[in-house]
Design a protein around this ligand. Structure first.
Ligand code: MLT
Length: 407
């Protein structure tokens, strides 16, 4: 008899964004005349930068000619992309990361979900609350989370991000092995200073723990004092893995490309306490289960680092940040406390009521889709997240509708 992985039965409802999409589709079916503005899932709306499109076309043409055609590439990514990443994303910021510490993939979601495979099943996991659901759900699937009771998995150490701590969680109050951090944060839009991040690196070093640092939103940082990478913090290479994405930086949500950095000196331990580098473990996993991101996609990603690509990406991020500023200003003017939106595409809004109720109100009365905070965890209850990914006209329209719906 074939048996299921019963850990899947412990998952709560369906994946948050599928759930929301279903509710929105139901509303649209019942109200076909109503135009819905989507400020829910963080999905880009601007086209790919010209530099990326040109590189994409050129690479597709290479595939049409036997002399330049490429079959399987290196599973870890082509050197031309890894070199551009190491130089621009890390070395230029004083972070000493080399190309062979980078693993290119088909996106940060897969990497952030898959990475837990290389750690012991009895590792104690620390997960922020609220949180991007992938970190938690993939640990539930693996069997690390325990039973769900009173809105919490029993074996997870929750790192609460609340108004009281400025949405930067305190260090864990119990010993933990694996810590998920994401800054600029999804969903709150909060940012972390170098000093604050250093306390986490120091904690990890002292406790032989490991930090999974998700920096998918780093390109939204406009405050020069904030770290873009955890490797800007001294000592982080020994205790941190960083995950990055081209999705928001360059509009690659539909193209799919991201990468994971595992420094050679980053260690985890066997049952006898002997250290083992994580780089060869992930390399083994990656080469066994993944055949590399496609060649045209990697060429398009490398074009992000050309002079034209950099300018075009920046223009797009500035565009979304203008939307974010408007959302934050309007919601603040309506009397709601907000965080994020300045170095992040997300605005986290204290709705002062049940977050699904607020979601339904905005959908039904304003035709605007947001994301209910409760979908990101217990501490998200009472909040909603509005994302800045849409046209400026739509964001203006959405804010005008929200104003009259809440009047
Ligand atoms: C979000 O809306 O939180 C993200 O876009 C989802 C994702 O990146 O998978």
């Amino acid at each position: 008899m074939i048996k299921i992985n019963e850990n899947y039965l412990k998952l709560q409802a369906s994946y948050l964004f599928s759930d929301i999409a279903k509710r929105v589709a139901g509303f649209q079916e019942a109200n076909p005349e109503k135009e819905v503005i989507k400020l829910g899932i963080g999905d880009v709306t601007r086209s790919l930068p010209d530099a990326c499109i040109e590189a994409f076309h050129k690479a597709a043409d290479e595939m049409a000619d036997e002399s330049t055609f490429r079959g399987y590439g290196p599973e870890q990514g082509y050197p031309f992309l890894k070199e551009a990443i190491a130089e621009n994303d890390f070395q230029a910021r004083g972070a000493d990361i080399s190309p062979d510490e980078i693993f290119v993939s088909d996106g940060a979601k897969c990497d952030s979900g898959n990475i837990q495979e290389i750690f012991a099943i009895d590792s104690k996991i620390a997960i922020p609350d609220p949180v991007y659901p992938v970190y938690l759900d993939t640990n539930v699937m693996a069997g690390r989370a325990g039973d769900f009771d009173n809105n919490r998995y029993q074996n997870i150490a929750y790192l609460e991000s609340t108004k009281q701590n400025g949405f930067i969680p305190d260090l864990p109050s119990e010993p933990v092995d694996l810590i998920y951090l994401c800054f600029p944060n999804n969903p709150t839009g909060a940012t972390i200073s170098k000093t604050q991040l250093k306390t986490w690196v120091d904690y990890a070093k002292t406790n032989k723990a490991l930090i999974l640092f998700d920096a998918a939103y780093e390109s939204f940082i406009r405050d020069d004092s904030l770290p873009h990478s955890i490797y800007e913090i001294e000592g982080a290479k020994e205790v941190a893995i960083e995950i990055r994405s081209f999705s928001k930086t360059a509009g690659f949500t539909g193209v799919r490309c991201g990468y994971t950095v595992i420094p050679k000196e980053c260690m985890a331990y066997d049952v006898n306490g002997n250290p083992h580098p994580l780089h060869p473990l992930w390399n083994r996993r990656h080469t066994t289960k993944f055949n590399g991101a496609s060649y045209p996609v990697q060429r398009a990603a490398a074009a992000v680092y050309s002079e034209a690509g950099k300018a075009q990406c920046k223009e797009r991020i500035d565009f979304y940040l203008r939307n974010a500023k408007l959302v934050r200003e309007e919601m603040t003017a309506l009397g709601y406390d907000c965080v994020g939106g300045d170095n992040s595409p997300y605005i986290w809004i204290d709705g002062q009521r049940d977050s699904w109720e607020f979601f339904d109100l905005l959908l039904k009365k304003a035709g605007v889709v947001c994301t209910p905070g409760a979908g990101f965890g217990k501490c998200g209850e009472g909040f909603i997240r509005i994302s800045a990914f849409n046209s400026f006209e739509n964001v203006e329209k959405a804010m005008a509708r929200i104003k009259s719906a809440l009047a």
